[in-house]
Every structure is written in structure tokens, then in C-alpha cells.
Ligand binder design. Structure first.
Ligand code: DWN
Ligand code: ZN
Length: 421
């Protein structure tokens, strides 16, 4: 398998302190080896180069319960240089965003006098839903292509990383924010306290911050190890979010759960006034009672991940031995972790398909499997398709009746390898 400078186990090194509380007793519980940057898709002219790879080790903080990776790849490398993730390639995600906005407009009585800021606003996929309500919006996203796409869609966007300093400038120019939205970004922030401190700086006293991220309980319970990559510095529980926001004078007041989004997502409602809902209380109690707030919950996860790798490799090898052709669906960041941790490349997979046109014609990081338009499934009719973007499995299956009618079958990799009939 080409392309990766892979020292399987990371060299022992002094452990960093916790990104949230600064605690010095981080306890590592999983190592995925050295892996390339998950969204650093490879262009044709770079195929003969060795892709940079970095240790991907995960630890638990016993002081504040935050799960986090130990390596810190510079954010500019992760989210500015050629970052190809565009939110608008999932209908499910677009619908989820619209429902979120409609709920906020109704519950907060938002209108022309309101000011809403979205952190990691990407291509404007969410903020554009405020336009019919006349709400003033501002996007914040450091990725140039995504920010440009948002501005082209009429969404004012600041092309910077968010923190206290930028929050002060935004507040000085626009006033306090009634709503701050931070979907799938608080996991991507190395300087966590500067990020959350910026939220507190910008938020109106009676405002709300809604933060969405995958729930670390689903990651462990469902074996979603492939959602671990260098872009995701942190993996959250209600317990760790509660400790984090209280440090900045805010409170975790409510929690919503979306089991079908990104493998299980929580939406935390955070404010400067404490009024913790029964649901937030229930979730915090559930996490305490289940052991999620303690190290033991994670102590055997590495063994389960190793078993998952063995089981999936056994299935793929068996299908290849039977002469089957196999492709994959979704040039997703999680797909990069999956393929690199398994060590699966073009000896198993003929190609990966993806409908993100920015990704087509490039190659998966490390394993250099070519990425092609989705139409290749019907053109080539591989016997099996490994669904790397399993979080959108239903949406993907709904598009592929013809491929399946012709006998093609999809494979779901997690929580356990399963050929979908
Ligand atoms: O935090 C993040 C999560 C929430 O989303 C970001 N770091 C980046 C991203 O992670 P990912 O790359 O694993 O994301 P997705 O959105 O799960 O990747 C899905 C891939 O599949 C995209 O490249 C788009 C593609 N896709 C497709 O080709 N056809 C998606 C759908 C729904 C489809 O029908
Ligand atoms: Zn901590």
C-alpha cells in the first residue's frame, strides 16, 4: 500500500495538557497509528510523493471528561490549504439545517432586529435559511473556497478563525449576537478556551449558543472509530461541554439528540443565564450513571477497534478471493481514517465515488484510491460498494436503486461489517 510514512505506533512523548481544563493527567486509550490528513486529497501530480502522516492517538481527561487527540496539526494545514468539505452535498444535512433555523426563528422570535452569527458557516448552507425572516446574519469561516461560495450566495462571511479577538471586533461593529450557531466546529478547534471565550464575548446576555457535534457515547458504543481524525481535536459528552462552558460563565441549559446525524449528534443549548432543562439534567445523569464520565468506559475501546478492523478485512479479503470487484462510496474524512487504519488501497478497491465535484479526479489520502463521479457505479457495476460515508447510508441507498437492481450490494462498515441485501 503506497503513500504513507507509517510508524505504526507513535513514539512515546510527553503528553500534552487537556485542551479544556489544562489538566495534566490525560489517559491515552486508543492509537490509530500515523495517518495522513483526512481531507488532504491527493492530486495526480502528487501520487508518487509520500503523504505526510501524523500520530492519531486519543486520550481521556479525568478532570473534565473531555476526549481528545494528542497530536496538534496546525489548523491552517487542516482547514485552509485546499479544504474540500462542502456542507451542501447532503440533502439530509440541508434539511436538518433548515429545521434548526425554523426552530430558532420560532422559539426565539427572531426577525429583522435580530443578529445571528454562524461559526464554520461553510458555503452558507444554513444561514441562507434566515433570509426569508429578514434576520441579519454573519458567517465566520477560514476556508477560502467555502467563504467565497457563501459570499456568492449573498451571505456576508468573515474569512478568519474565530476567537475572543474576532468576537470583540464583530461585537464592536454589529452589536451582540442573539444567536450563535456552531455546528461541527467545536470539535475542530485546538484553542478551545479562546473559541468558547469568543462565544461568551459575542453573545447577548439573553442570547443562546447552539453547538452541534457527534456524541462521544455513540462513537464508543457504535464503534465509530473512523470519525477520529486530525480535524477532530475533541469528542464531546454533555459532561465535558458543561465543564467547558461553565469556565466561561455560561451554562448548558438544554440538549437535543439526533441519532441519525453523523452517527449520533447532540445539539447543546448554551446561555449566560442558568436554567437547566429536565432533558439536560437527564442526559448529564445518564452519562454519569453509564460511566461515560470515567476512564473505564474507554479502557477496552482499542480492543474493539482492532476486532472491527480484523472483521472488515476478513470480509473484504474473502470477497476478493471469490473474484468480486469492490468499490467504495464517499470520499469522506472518515473514509480516509477507515482505509488507512485498515491498510486498504487499490489492491482491494477499484475506486471511490463521491458527488462532491471538488473531490472527483483526486485520490484518497495515503492509499491513493481514485475518486470518481457517482455515475461510475453504473458504468463499472462493481459487485460490492463499501460505504465509507455510512452516516448517509439511507440517503445513498435511496439514490442507487438501479445499481442494486442490477445485483450490486452495499457494505456497511460500522458498527460491524454487514452486506446489505
Ligand atoms: O465534522 C465534519 C463532519 C461532520 O463532516 C467535518 N470534519 C467534515 C465532514 O466529515 P466527512 O468528510 O466524514 O463528511 P461527510 O459529510 O460524512 O462525507 C460525506 C461524503 O459523501 C462527502 O464527500 C459528500 C459525499 N456524499 C455523496 O457523494 N453522495 C454525500 C451524500 C449524502 C451523497 O448522497
Ligand atoms: Zn480536562
Amino acid at each position: 500500500m503506497s503513500g504513507v510514512d507509517r510508524g505504526r505506533m507513535s513514539a512515546p512523548r510527553s503528553l500534552p495538557t487537556c485542551r479544556s481544563c489544562g489538566g495534566g493527567r490525560l489517559r491515552p486509550f486508543l492509537s490509530l497509528g500515523k495517518t495522513p490528513l483526512a481531507d488532504a486529497l491527493v492530486t495526480e501530480d502528487r501520487l508518487d510523493h509520500v503523504d505526510s502522516a501524523f500520530p492519531l492517538d486519543v486520550a481521556f481527561c479525568p478532570e473534565c471528561a473531555l476526549v481528545q487527540i494528542l497530536e496538534e496539526v496546525p489548523a491552517e494545514r487542516l482547514f485552509v490549504d485546499n479544504y474540500l468539505y462542502f456542507s451542501s452535498f447532503s440533502d439530509h444535512l440541508l434539511q436538518h439545517a433548515k429545521e434548526h433555523v425554523d426552530g430558532l426563528v420560532t422559539s426565539r422570535g427572531l426577525g429583522p432586529g435580530s443578529f445571528v452569527v454562524e461559526l464554520a458557516s461553510n458555503d452558507g448552507y444554513l444561514l441562507r435559511n434566515f433570509e426569508p425572516h429578514g434576520v441579519r446574519v454573519l458567517g465566520v469561516d477560514p476556508a477560502p473556497d467555502q467563504a467565497a461560495a457563501a459570499r456568492d450566495a449573498g451571505i456576508p462571511t468573515v474569512e478568519e478563525f474565530f476567537g475572543v479577538e474576532l468576537a470583540r471586533r464583530i461585537r464592536a461593529e454589529h452589536g451582540p449576537a442573539d444567536v450563535i450557531i456552531a455546528n461541527n466546529v467545536m470539535a475542530h478547534v485546538p484553542a478551545l478556551n479562546d473559541f468558547v471565550g469568543g462565544m461568551a464575548e459575542l453573545l447577548a446576555d439573553d442570547g443562546v449558543v447552539t453547538v452541534e457535534n457527534p456524541w462521544v457515547k455513540d462513537l464508543v458504543d457504535n464503534g465509530e472509530f473512523d470519525t477520529i481524525y486530525h480535524e477532530h481535536f475533541c469528542y464531546y459528552s454533555c459532561t465535558s461541554v458543561d465543564a467547558l462552558v461553565r469556565r466561561h460563565g455560561m451554562f448548558l441549559n438544554h440538549v437535543e439528540y439526533f441519532p441519525g446525524l453523523h452517527g449520533g449528534t447532540l445539539r447543546w443549548h448554551i446561555g449566560k443565564r442558568e436554567h437547566v432543562s429536565a432533558e439536560a439534567r437527564r442526559m448529564l445523569d445518564l452519562e454519569r450513571d453509564s460511566g461515560l464520565a470515567g476512564f473505564e468506559y474507554y479502557a477496552h475501546f482499542a480492543d474493539r477497534v482492532e476486532d472491527a478492523r480484523t472483521d472488515l478485512l476478513t470480509l473484504l479479503d474473502q470477497l476478493k478471493a471469490e473474484g468480486a470487484s469492490i468499490a467504495a462510496y464517499g470520499a469522506a474524512a472518515k473514509g480516509s481514517t477507515m482505509l488507512n487504519y485498515l491498510g486498504v488501497g487499490t489492491e482491494i478497491l477499484d475506486f471511490v465515488v463521491d458527488r462532491n465535484t471538488w473531490k472527483q479526479g483526486k485520490y484518497m489520502p495515503g492509499v491513493h484510491v481514485p475518486i470518481r463521479p457517482v455515475e461510475a457505479l453504473l458504468d463499472e457495476q462493481p459487485d460490492y460498494v463499501l460505504v465509507l460515508a455510512w452516516n448517509f447510508l439511507d440517503e445513498i441507498l435511496a439514490q442507487q436503486d438501479e445499481y442494486r437492481r442490477r445485483g450490486g450490494r452495499f457494505i456497511r462498515p460500522v458498527p460491524a461489517p454487514e452486506v446489505i441485501p
